[in-house]
Structure formats: C-alpha cells, structure tokens
Design a protein around this ligand. Structure first.
Ligand code: SF4
Length: 348
C-alpha cells in the first residue's frame, strides 16, 4: 500500500481518529493512513508517557510510533477529538519529539456560524503546515481533483450503508470494506465498494445497533453472528459517524469545513444528547435493531459522558442498552462475550 501511494507521488501522513480533511491532504500530495491502535501492539511503551486512565488508542498508537511503526510517515496529524488525543498531541510535540512533524487540528464542538468560521481558519492553519510537510502548494486544479476523488469515496461509503440489506456479505466482510477507507486511496475504496456482491444480506436472528469508537478485533462480528444476532446498523466513529454530506463551496477551506460539520451525531463533536437519542431511535426502528450495544475502549471519556442518558432515554423508548468496555487486543475476553451473549438472549 505504501509503495502504491508513493508511486502516485504522494507521501504518507499518519492520522489519529476521527475527523479530518481528506481532500486537503490529497491536494497537498499527501495520503492519510489512520492509526486506531493498532490492536496487536503492546501498550507498555505508551503507558510510560500518559496517565493510567488513558485509552488504548492513544497508548497503543504511541507504542507503535516509538517502535518505529510510523517511520514511513512524513507527519502525524492529531485532531483534537478528545482530551486524550489533545494530550497525545502535546506529549508528542513537546516531549517525545518524533522525527515526523506533529500536526494538530482543533475541531469545534458545535455547528454554529462561529464554529464554521473557526474551523475554516483552523484548516487554513493546517494547510500552511501541510505545504511545509509535503513541499507542494495546491493549485486550483489540485483542489478540484482532490474534492472530486474524495467526494466520490464519501458517496460510495454512504451508498454502502444505504445498500447494506442488499449486499450478500457477512458483517465482518462489510466492515472490512468500510474500514479500508482508513488506509486505501479514494479510487481503491470506490472499487472495493462497487465489487461487493448484490443479494440478500446473510442476516438472521436478533438485529443489533452497535455504537462506540471502533469495533475491534474484527472477530467481534463473527462472535455476534455465532450468538444468533447480526449488526443491523452502526453508530461507530470508524463507521457511520463518518458518512459526510457533500458541499460545493468555491472556497476549498469552507468546503472542507462544511463537509466535516455535516457528519452524523457524534459525542466527540458535542452533539446534544437529545439529537443522538432521536437519531438512534429512528435509525434503529428503520433498520430493525432491537437493542443498542455500546462497545467502547476503556476510559473513553466522550463516550462515557453520554451512556447514562442514552440508556435512560432509549430504554424508555423500548430499546435496551448494553454498555461494554474493552481492552484493545487481538482476541475478545470471555467475560465480554458472555455479557453480549446474555444481552442478545434477553432480546430474542
Ligand atoms: S477512544 Fe475515546 S478517549 Fe480514546 S482517542 Fe478515541 S475518542 Fe479519545
């Protein structure tokens, strides 16, 4: 993958979750490779630099970086998704000082005009750093090409979700393609999405909505299927929360800002709880999900804040909620599986 990207004349930027301007990177001849852990990395080295209550995504990404896993990247982009990632940006930039340039992006927590203006200015600031990182200042044509390619990939992702019930693939295979957006090019993603076979989704049993940051390890989907359930829909940061609407402003910074501010409800973006509840309820009804599985990395603050009210309001609306916290690894602990299985049984 790295070689393919380089053959296109682009350099790699490692990007931490969740929201960032993909077209802007492409216009600067850069390519994002996202870092969501990875799950197989030991957390020990990262643990030396953060408080004991830091999530695995930050700990493992720092371990990965310190072990040389990001040596092929020109820069590391750390969006201010949460306090943990803001802390990571500071620790990297001020103390660990890796060879790669550390870039930050402050995302607003609302969707007012002032938030839009703030984000536009933030993106201009980031673009100035990207020129230094990549050595290329985008022309008007570069911007147009980048938006066209990334908009097509965003549309392909939205279309995958629209067609989910008519795709003859398991949940694991579906999410493998959804999550390939984290590292492949826009063109490769469109090809993979278009290649999924049509037909009835092989779903049987109890439909679940899965919410949270990231559904790792992928074995989770096999286990849910073995329990007699399936994923009817998701509210995952690595999934549906990045189904952006398209914008067509002439100004590239306004266009990039508008795209980011049209993402579905997301606790890391400051979505009011009632808006999250309303959206989850209507999607669960439409998709036939009987309960909500909130599946979070341990110590994920933005998610934890919302769980009590989500549980209260969704339970009142007839949708039971199970909250499970997990430690990121290559296998799933029996205790986690037993709790999910017991939840599925109550919904059957
Ligand atoms: S898992 Fe939660 S706390 Fe950790 S980086 Fe993601 S949003 Fe932040």
């Amino acid at each position: 993958m790295v070689e393919h990207v380089r053959s296109l004349g682009r350099q790699i930027v490692a990007v931490m979750p969740i929201h960032y301007p993909r077209a802007m990177l492409r216009a600067h001849r850069l390519h994002p490779m996202e870092i969501w852990g990875p799950p197989y990395v030991e957390r020990h080295e990262g643990s030396r630099h953060f408080q004991a209550y830091t999530c695995d995504i930050v700990l493992k990404a720092t371990s990965f970086l310190r072990s040389g896993g990001l040596d092929g990247a020109r820069a590391i982009l750390v969006p201010h998704t949460c306090d943990a990632l803001q802390g990571m940006g500071s620790v990297l930039g001020d103390f660990l000082r890796p060879d790669q340039r550390v870039l930050t992006l402050y995302l607003p927590r609302g969707r007012r005009t002032s938030d839009r203006e703030f984000l536009r200015e933030e993106l201009e600031r980031l673009a100035a750093s990207l020129v230094e990182v990549g050595g290329h200042r985008p022309s008007k044509e570069d911007w147009a090409e980048a938006f066209e390619a990334e908009d097509a990939a965003d549309a392909a992702l939205a279309d995958l979700y629209r067609r989910r019930a008519r795709l003859a693939v398991s949940d694991r295979d579906f999410y493998t393609v959804v999550r390939s957006r984290e590292y492949v090019t826009a063109e490769q993603f469109c090809e993979q999405a278009a290649a999924l076979p049509e037909g009835d989704a092989p779903h049987s049993g109890v439909g679940l909505m899965i919410s949270g940051i990231v559904a790792d390890p992928p074995e989770l989907f096999d286990q849910i299927e073995a329990m007699g359930a399936y994923v009817a829909g998701d509210d995952l940061a690595c999934g549906f929360r990045r189904v952006y609407s398209q914008s067509a402003e002439d100004d590239p910074f306004e266009r990039a800002a508008n795209r980011l501010l049209t993402s579905p409800p997301d606790p890391t973006c400051g979505t009011p709880i009632q808006a999250r509840v309303d959206s989850l309820q209507s999607r669960m009804r439409a998709l036939g999900a009987r309960g909500l599985l909130v599946y979070d990395p341990k110590f994920c603050e933005p998610e934890l804040f919302d769980v009590p009210l989500l549980r209260k309001h969704l339970s009142e609306a007839g949708f039971p909620v199970l909250h499970v916290e997990f430690e990121m690894g290559e296998t799933l602990p029996h205790q986690t599986l037993s709790r999910i299985e017991a939840f599925v049984e109550t919904l059957s």
